[in-house]
Design a protein around this ligand. Structure first.
Ligand SMILES: CCCCCCCCCCC/C=C/C(=O)SCCNC(=O)CCNC(=O)[C@H](O)C(C)(C)COP(=O)(O)OP(=O)(O)OC[C@H]1O[C@@H](n2cnc3c(N)ncnc32)[C@H](O)[C@@H]1OP(=O)(O)O
Ligand SMILES: NC(=O)C1=CN([C@@H]2O[C@H](COP(=O)(O)OP(=O)(O)OC[C@H]3O[C@@H](n4cnc5c(N)ncnc54)[C@H](OP(=O)(O)O)[C@@H]3O)[C@@H](O)[C@H]2O)C=CC1
Length: 290
């Protein structure tokens, strides 16, 4: 899609680079000539992303990291600076949630989603800005958020978290403009990643597609192109923006709630077994964690 030397020599850190949208962004950035540092908790998917990039002639390294751990975040940023000397673009892609009617979400469940999406994004942003981008005189930070924006029934914790990240993005785009740091939020609609396929039950997933006026899932390649465009000189004047890539999902809005059959399925499972937590998890994510 882009010229092969578009990002030549640029150092790009991508969190959650082992899977889905983060992997696609890492691959496309590397195709553009960037040196990609892929982070995430699991070694195996990161190694696979690095291998794919190297097979295509690109350069990448994998660093294991839990973005919720402040000390680990600082160590990883120090390591990138020791090895590469600078960080040009940070893609805060790592994140996620579970779909659950709000009345079932426990305090710890809410806290978990806030910590991952808001605190994790903040720790990465702060460490990269203070250690790399402010001293080097600039850089770009791309924060992955969520569409629809004006309420996402079934995802109240994540909807709140991503709104916080978008506001953080806008606030810092003003505070840190004097350092040459440009921050934007990229709000993803519905992309057909493995996580969407495996962590959300088919009925919920298919219901989501009926709310996309474009009538299809986004492709991970389309996501990688947007990230790469913004990381490139063509994206230099973007800052403080929320770019929504969603086939008009945001315009369609939250729509009706609940999706057909969802509440019945959740409540039947909970009542029938009296093992609320695990059965609710199974019904809403398709993953039995027992
Ligand atoms: C109601 C349905 C409405 C419609 C919804 C439409 C959905 C379709 C469109 C979705 C658009 C967005 C897509 C994406 O973002 S794609 C996927 C990105 N990846 C993920 O989302 C990752 C999947 N989720 C996870 O990996 C984990 O759930 C998460 C990381 C978020 C938390 O895992 P963690 O291991 O950190 O959590 P713990 O096990 O330690 O638990 C902590 C507390 O959280 C509660 N919890 C965790 N998971 C669930 C669950 N599946 N269901 C219910 N509760 C859950 C857990 O119970 C703990 O709280 P308690 O201690 O109080 O029990
Ligand atoms: N797919 C979609 O339709 C949409 C996706 N999004 C968002 O886009 C982003 C990518 O989604 P997608 O690719 O679909 O989902 P994935 O679940 O595949 O991607 C999430 C990535 O984040 C990593 N991750 C999770 N927790 C942590 C952590 N604590 N520290 C470091 N890395 C972590 C995971 O790797 P590991 O487990 O190894 O740490 C994984 O590679 C997420 O923020 C997601 O919520 C938003 C809207 C829609």
């Amino acid at each position: 899609m882009f010229a092969p030397d578009l990002l030549k020599g640029s150092i790009c850190v991508v969190t959650g680079a082992g899977t889905g949208l983060g992997r696609a962004a890492a691959l496309e950035l590397a195709r553009g000539g960037a040196i990609v540092v892929g982070c995430g908790r699991r070694e195996e998917p990161l190694a696979e992303t690095v291998a794919s990039i190297e097979d295509g002639g690109g350069t990448a390294v994998a660093l294991e990291l839990d973005i919720r751990e402040s000390d680990a975040v600082n160590e990883v940023v120090d390591r990138v600076l020791a090895d590469h000397g600078r960080i040009d673009t940070l893609v805060n892609n790592a994140g996620g949630q579970f779909a659950l009617p709000a009345e079932y979400i426990t305090p710890n469940g809410f806290r978990t989603v806030l910590e991952l999406n808001v605190l994790g994004t903040w720790l990465m942003t702060h460490a990269v800005a203070t250690k790399a981008m402010i001293p080097q005189g600039g850089g770009k930070i791309l924060n992955v958020t969520l569409s629809p924006h004006d309420g996402f029934p079934g995802l109240v914790h994540s909807s709140a978290a991503r709104a916080a990240v978008e506001n953080m993005t806008k606030t810092l785009s003003v505070e840190w403009a004097r350092f040459g740091i440009r921050l934007n939020a990229l709000a993803a609609g519905h992309f057909d990643t493995d996580a969407l396929a495996t962590r959300y039950v088919p009925g919920v997933k298919e219901d989501a597609l009926t709310r996309v006026p474009a009538g299809r899932w986004g492709t991970v390649e389309e996501w990688g192109w947007l990230v790469t465009y913004l990381a490139s000189p063509a994206g230099d004047y973007f800052s403080g923006s929320v770019l929504t890539l969603d086939g008009a999902r945001d315009v369609f809005g939250a729509g009706s709630y609940p999706p057909a059959g969802l509440l019945e399925a959740v409540e039947e499972a909970a009542i029938a077994t009296r093992q609320h937590r695990n059965d609710i998890r199974f019904v809403t994510t398709g993953v039995d964690r027992k």
